[in-house]
Design a protein around this ligand. Structure first.
Ligand code: ATP
Ligand code: MG
Length: 316
């Protein structure tokens, strides 16, 4: 990696926090959909523009480490300021690397400031409520980062691809019309607008893996005994619906990506690259909040000084 665009590991090590944040913003902007009105999935690649070799490994490692450090620092201010919350939603096809991205990118964050929730097929109690209910219960409180590993977006993805699932959702018959997907997408957009207006920033990450790369990862899961546990025979069945999923993703992103709650479509065929892009998007979201440590009033500073005096004069 050469030039200003791709600094070396050494240059990254020396970079100031401000410079790093600036770079993270610029880098993540490549994958930020923003207003999704004209979004087309085919304009977003599953691979980075440049192919990387083993010589880039140390730069990648350093970039991720620096990103994780910057994230940890921003998270500390988020927590101290206790005003904003951040919700990061991960959506992807199987084996796109959601779990690995969550594990690596959040590895430096204080676990007390972060809450990860994985959403599977809803249980009986969840099906007795509206589709946002189970997610609302897991929203991050002020000062915290919430991570959704899958989310209410499944309601316009897997449920849209398999209409049999919709039939089991116990909805009143006259509410299930052809407009249901439009209506759900509209509800999701309004919900995220509501969250933003109340101080929860929402970003959505689609790890964009190719069908070919998914095949290779499934084969790896079958061939390597240590990875067998990750393989789920149902995943092969879902792969058969690839095109329908891509159509559903495209429509969901188009209708719900906004300036305040954007989607990031991140090339996921290269895992280390994808993780750096994910870290950059989260840094970008936090940096936009204009976070500052709370400052004390003159009275409070005075009281602190009194307490300091008491402590120093204490006889043991
Ligand atoms: P991994 O396979 O990498 O461990 P995962 O997120 O795929 O992670 P699984 O337990 O395999 O986890 O899958 C969860 C399943 O639950 C997915 O197939 C997803 O589509 C499904 N699911 C999530 N939300 C809903 C929903 N609202 N309705 C129906 N199915 C859902
Ligand atoms: Mg799965």
């Amino acid at each position: 990696m050469k030039g200003d665009e791709n600094p070396t590991a050494k240059a990254l090590k020396k970079m100031s926090d401000e410079e790093l944040i600036k770079r993270a913003k610029k880098f993540s902007n490549r994958y930020c959909v923003g207003d999704g009105k004209d979004f087309k999935l085919k304009n977003f690649s599953t691979t980075p523009k440049k192919t990387f070799g083993p010589e880039d490994k140390s730069t990648f490692k350093e970039a991720l480490e620096q990103g994780i450090d910057a994230l940890a620092e921003l998270q500390e201010v988020l927590y101290a300021q206790d005003k904003w919350a951040l919700l990061v939603i991960f959506q992807a096809m199987d084996a796109a690397g959601k779990d690995g991205a969550i594990k690596h990118v959040l590895s430096g964050i204080n676990p007390q400031g972060c809450h990860v929730t994985s959403f599977k097929a809803p249980n009986a109690e969840e099906l007795d409520h509206d589709f946002l209910w189970r997610c609302i219960k897991e929203l991050p409180e002020r000062g915290k980062i919430g991570i959704f590993n899958r989310s209410y977006y499944e309601e316009v993805l897997v449920v849209r691809v398999h209409e049999g699932i919709l039939k089991n959702q116990k909805l009143p018959q006259n509410l299930v019309t052809k407009k249901i997907w439009e209506e759900r997408l509209e509800d999701i957009q309004s919900f995220e607008k509501h969250l933003h207006r109340n101080g929860t920033k929402v970003i959505k990450i689609f790890l964009n893996v190719s069908k070919e790369e998914q095949k290779q990862r499934f084969l790896e899961r079958i061939n390597e005994p240590d990875k067998n546990w990750k393989f789920n025979s149902g995943d092969i069945e879902e792969r058969g619906y690839w095109d329908q999923y891509m159509k559903a993703y495209e429509d969901a992103i188009r209708k719900t990506s906004t300036k305040n709650s954007p989607w990031y479509v991140i090339p996921a065929d290269d895992k280390p690259y994808a993780r750096i892009a994910v870290a950059s998007a989260i840094i970008h979201a936090l940096a936009e909040m204009d976070l500052t440590f709370p400052t004390l009033s003159p009275d409070e500073v005075g009281r602190l000084q009194e307490m300091k005096k008491t402590l120093l004069e204490e006889k043991l």
